[in-house]
Design a protein around this ligand. Structure first.
Ligand code: MLT
Length: 394
């Protein structure tokens, strides 16, 4: 039996992937599990997307390979939406890359840019696909610890110069998973300028651009002057349209960058299933009729989560964006131990901060992806575990 590649042993555990197995075991024992783990809503996608899928799935031409071109209407709808939402113009055929979810594109991009010894700068806590793509493509990850006192912003100038010399990519994600932090425009301008000076590819994960509350409208990185020289931006249907399992997203960048990602993908996949691309077109075209109402539901869930978990003894900011509350744990309480105890004793899934890298220690992430009543019930159960720890009996 051949040895597995060394890089597999360097990968962290992808905790979210193991949760369905644990959940199944608990449910088989009759435990009522409340899942606030993945950012995976319990709501339906837009009806017009489901109708479009139904129609497309019966068309013989839609069963065939999409190849990297995919459905031309998908590229055109993405380009039109980027124009309408951000006022930005992207050529549908050279500057848009259809993806099997933004995660797939984010991971594969590293294969297009990293050689052994090249560094990518990764925020910690951060979405695990950044480190996964880097390590699987034999790059080196430099982990930058995001901190509450600097609003979880990644400051390139704090990276040591010898690392910057080897850095080829930096991953930024605002609105941020898991901290829910948002980035001011002057910060984004600073990062774009530094990436241009240092010749570093700015990988902007904008999966939560439409998931914002209280009038906040997250920008595209391409609204920042100079970004088109150095950036690629990723978008997803998962969160905006409750379409996590459909696996569809896109990247936009100037042709030189977009074609590098597309080239890698020609060897690993043949594009999203075309009926899904047709459904995604319907979702984009129906944005105004679906997204504001969906967000109103999540706003109520967010408020319930903040109130309930604060009353349960946790501290957290009110998230202005994303579907996450980033709860601070009492000093010295290991997040993995707390999360494991909450799951086994009380049947509540949430994610320990350490699942997003060592920089996430001291926090847990709650996804407000279910009803306010269930969220309140989860918080009551979490309060019991917290007080058991406080009493030193956990
Ligand atoms: C999350 O819940 O952070 C992600 O959206 C799920 C994943 O892709 O890992």
């Amino acid at each position: 039996m051949p040895e597995r590649a060394q890089k597999l042993s360097e990968l962290p555990v992808y905790l979210l992937a193991s949760i369905p197995h644990k959940k199944r075991e608990l449910q088989a024992r009759g435990i009522d599990v409340i899942d606030l783990g993945a950012g995976d809503a319990d709501l339906s996608p837009p009806p017009r997307a489901m109708e479009a899928l139904k129609r497309a799935v019966h068309e013989p031409a839609m069963q065939r390979y999409g190849w990297s071109l995919g459905l031309p209407a998908f590229r055109e709808a993405v380009s039109a939406w980027m124009q309408k939402r951000f006022g930005l113009s992207f050529d549908p055929f050279t500057e848009v890359v259809p993806l099997i979810g933004s995660k797939e594109g984010i991971s594969h991009l590293a294969f297009a840019y990293l050689e052994p010894g090249d560094v990518s700068i990764i925020p910690e806590p951060g979405y695990p696909a950044y480190i996964g793509g880097t390590l699987l493509s034999s790059g080196t990850a430099y982990k930058y610890a995001l901190r509450p006192r600097t609003n979880f912003l990644l400051e390139i100038d704090e990276v040591p110069p010898e690392v910057l010399r080897r850095a080829k990519m930096v991953y930024l994600n605002y609105p941020n998973n898991p901290t829910a932090a948002i980035a001011p425009r002057d910060y984004l301008k600073r990062v774009v300028d530094r990436c241009r000076e240092l010749d570093i590819l700015l990988v902007y994960d904008n999966a939560y651009s439409e998931f914002a509350f209280d009038g906040y409208r997250p920008p595209s990185i391409f609204e920042i002057e100079g970004a088109s020289d150095v950036a690629i931006e990723f978008h997803s249907f998962s969160k905006t349209y409750n379409m996590t399992g459909w696996r569809c997203g896109w990247a936009v960048a100037r042709p030189e960058i977009a074609s590098a990602l597309a080239q890698v993908k020609t060897f690993v996949d043949t594009g999203p299933f075309m009926p899904i691309q047709a459904a995604a077109v319907a979702a984009l075209e129906g944005y105004d009729e679906f997204v504001p109402g969906n967000l109103a539901i999540f706003r109520e869930r967010r408020d319930a989560a903040v109130d309930a978990f604060r009353s349960a003894g946790f501290s957290c900011e009110v998230p202005q964006a994303t579907m996450y509350c980033w709860l601070a744990l009492p000093e010295g309480m290991p997040s993995a131990v707390f999360a494991e105890r909450l799951l086994t004793d009380e049947g509540v899934v949430l994610l320990p901060g350490s699942a997003f890298g060592a920089g996430g220690e001291g926090f847990v992430r709650v996804s407000f992806v279910t009803s306010p009543d269930r969220i309140r019930e989860a918080a009551r159960r979490a309060a019991r575990v917290l007080s058991a720890f406080g009493a030193g009996i956990a």
